[in-house]
Design a protein around this ligand. Structure first.
Ligand code: G6P
Length: 374
């Protein structure tokens, strides 16, 4: 029954729309509401016995490929904030190519929907040889990564069939946010922040439901972009990952060139591409980077950029200089959870672009759901 398309035409569409439910399943039994004498907290059974070791580690190293890498990138800032431990990012194949340094004092976190990706598995073997603690975050119980890591957390997003990962991405971010909460659990100074995030997690499925209402709006936008050759997506901070992941979705299913760009790097190259024809999505929802993104919008506008701005509900007037851009308004959540909300309109956009362009949504050409060869 789980692998039935139900009322949907495609698995990708179904999986995008079931995110309010998949996120609930991911969090089920893991968030503790707290009470009069008990603090709000998270319980991740699969790693609880290793938390002390993780807290003492010299680095946390996230390792993954494709969407799983992007999910880890989205969670990196909150993990750094709540753990105080340096968090570095590794694309699995690149770590193996470089034979980059991995130490006994490192905690390596392997993120993989399938748990079977060859590059990620090879990086895992390498980390095990180097004596690091290896944590697995997968969607597949009994998978090679789940079996061969020392401990881990299943994301419990349910079976994902569409080659382009959607619901696994949002569940991965939530699991890594919970991981950050669990690691930071012994720090009194961040307790209020942690409690606000936990409240935000409880609320998240409802907010995702709300953002899914943008479906028709994203279909209209897809109609406008149907014949374009390229789409840029600018983000920074928590939403740098959203830019990369949004562009990856458009590229892999709609077969349109798309590039996610760190907005802070705009002046160091990408600005040369800006003209009145190239569509650019700028993610400018409210967080500590908001005013910097406003300035990015102004600079793009000054070069007559064709802007589509994603902003917090009610912010259209403050982000849209001269009223000339198209706006996607999304509900606001706790800053570190905002990537879960912000990716949804871009998933919908990629989906509709693909259908309108007449391509295969669930099995894009040349791609496989699980890449088990190198
Ligand atoms: C393939 C899939 C992607 C996925 C990546 C990593 O390239 O097409 O959707 O993100 O592998 O897969 P994993 O199962 O390790 O998350």
């Amino acid at each position: 029954e789980q692998i039935n398309k139900g009322k949907y035409e495609h698995y990708m569409q179904k999986e995008i729309h079931e995110q309010p439910e998949s996120l609930k399943t991911t969090m089920r039994g893991r968030l503790i509401r707290g009470g009069s004498c008990k603090a709000k907290s998270v319980l991740l059974g699969g790693i609880k016995d290793h938390l002390k070791t993780i807290r003492r580690s010299r680095r946390i190293v996230f390792i993954g490929c494709g969407t799983s890498y992007n999910a880890a990138l989205a969670a990196r800032p909150i993990l750094e904030e709540l753990s105080g431990i340096p968090v570095t990012m590794e694309i699995a194949s690149d770590l193996v190519d470089r034979q980059g340094p991995i130490y006994r004092e490192d905690t390596t976190v392997f993120v993989s929907q399938s748990g079977e990706t060859a590059d990620t598995l090879q990086a895992l073997e390498y980390a095990l040889e180097n004596g690091a603690l290896c944590v697995g975050i997968t969607n597949t119980v009994g998978s090679a990564i789940a079996r061969n890591t020392h401990c881990g957390v299943h994301i419990n997003a349910g079976c994902e069939i569409g080659v382009a990962s959607t619901k696994a991405y949002t569940s991965q971010i939530v699991v890594m946010a919970m991981l950050a909460l669990a690691i930071g659990d012994d720090t009194i100074s961040s307790q209020a922040r942690r409690e606000a995030i936990i409240d935000g997690l409880f609320d998240l499925p409802k907010k995702v439901k709300e953002v899914l209402k943008l479906d028709q709006e994203m279909k209209d936008l897809a109609q406008l972009l149907i014949a374009e050759q390229s789409l840029l997506v600018f983000g920074r901070g928590y939403n740098y990952a959203t830019a990369l992941e949004g562009a990856l979705k458009v590229k892999e299913v709609a077969l349109m060139h798309s590039e996610g760009i760190l907005a802070g790097e705009m002046k160091h190259g990408p600005l040369a591409l800006v003209d009145e024809t190239l569509p650019i999505v700028v993610i400018a929802t409210r967080d500590a980077c908001f005013s910097k993104q406003q300035s990015v919008i102004q600079q793009l506008h000054a070069r007559k950029g064709r802007l589509i701005v994603m902003c917090t509900k009610g912010d259209a007037a403050s982000v849209c200089v001269g009223g000339s851009c198209r706006v996607i308004e999304v509900p606001q959540v706790e800053d570190c959870l905002q990537p879960v909300i912000n990716i949804v309109p871009l998933q919908l956009l990629a989906y509709h672009l693909t259908v309108l362009r007449g391509y295969n949504v669930d099995q894009p050409r040349n791609l496989a759901k699980s890449v088990t060869t190198q």
